[in-house]
Design a protein around this ligand. Structure first.
Ligand SMILES: [Mg+2]
Length: 328
């Protein structure tokens, strides 16, 4: 069964195809398993194509046929594959994390995110995040001159004893990135995320002073090409076609010497819980970008992934552990 939903965002989200005010998607129910498909423009298929694939999957004779109906529509496949994993885990009374991996962690470390702001405001926001218990803070950069962003990051590093990451969302050129790489190394940044436009993988070769994480690049390039130049790779289950595929990608990353970091595409409660189970199933997973519940003003259920002391506890199973009321 397919249940459409629309959830208001707490603040507008800018995407590749404009600004959105709500996340609209579908719950997919089958054989006692529940999955979520929340397409996001620029990352997945459009809403219409997602709904169409899910309708075909709902009519399919078995799970394999249902999944086959979702090839090429990653958000739809996320929903169907999650429903299948959830159904299987519930049948054996196991958590989704245990369904995915042998000895899952009980909790996953997550980072706080600090948006654009003045040098002073950035330092204050990082100090607040540290006070709230976060050990890792990601600072958004790229909205102002590069040197000012470096000053913001320096203020951030002086404001609190936390691990710092910066995410430029492709705003910088290779030349700008190379110019400030030494400054970023001096600040002891854990990694610089997607400094250069996602469309190109050229330009990373000369950047050795600071580790690079690639995120949006996965929309334009296959995983192996990304792993070839990245130190970290940011994996979004909804964009990759499911937690199973995201886990396969993480294993391939590790084999290539690249660390996998899991984040969401600002998903609802079911997909967020699934992403936490997924992260917990990867041994010694780096700090993840899964503290995204506050981006939604409404949700499908009471938040299954609250943050405490910079960690999200893996929701109790069986399955992903999230129940959604019929009329939600
Ligand atoms: Mg990013």
């Amino acid at each position: 069964m397919i249940r459409p939903f629309s959830l208001d965002l707490s603040r507008p989200l800018s995407t590749a195809s404009g600004t959105i005010d709500a996340r609209t998607g579908f719950l997919f129910d089958r054989e006692g398993g529940l999955g979520e498909s929340t397409p996001l423009p620029g990352w997945t298929e459009p809403h219409g194509a997602c709904g169409e694939a899910l309708r075909e999957a709902a009519d399919a004779a078995d799970w394999d046929a249902a999944l086959a109906a979702c090839e090429g529509t990653p958000a739809a496949r996320h929903g169907v594959s999650l429903a299948r994993l959830d159904a299987s885990a519930r049948r054996t009374d196991r958590s989704l994390a245990r369904e995915l991996g042998d000895d899952p962690a009980d909790a996953v470390p997550v980072n706080a995110t600090v948006g654009d702001g003045s040098v002073e405001a950035t330092g204050d926001a990082v100090a607040d995040a540290a006070d709230a218990g976060f050990e890792t803070v990601k600072v958004k950069v790229g909205a102002r001159p590069v040197e000012e962003d470096v000053a913001r990051l320096r203020a951030a590093s002086e404001a609190a004893d936390v691990t710092l990451r910066a995410d430029a969302n492709g705003a910088w050129s290779a030349k700008q990135t190379r110019r400030i790489a030494d400054d970023l190394a001096e600040i002891d940044l854990e990694y610089l995320e997607q400094p250069i436009s996602a469309s190109t993988l050229d330009g990373y070769r000369g950047i050795d002073a600071v580790d690079v994480a690639l995120d949006e690049a996965l929309v334009h390039h296959d995983l192996d090409a990304v792993l070839d130049v990245a130190d970290y790779v940011v994996l979004k289950p909804m964009a990759l076609g499911g937690v199973d595929r995201a886990r396969e990608a993480a294993v391939r990353a590790r084999d290539a010497g690249v660390e996998p970091v899991f984040t969401t595409t600002i998903d609802a409660a079911v997909a967020r819980a699934a992403a936490v189970h997924l992260a917990a199933s990867v041994p010694d997973v780096p700090t993840c970008g899964l503290a995204t519940a506050d981006r939604l003003a409404d949700d499908l259920a009471a938040d299954p992934t609250p943050v405490a002391d910079g960690h999200i506890r893996v929701p109790d199973g069986p399955g992903h552990g999230v129940e959604v009321e019929r009329d939600a």
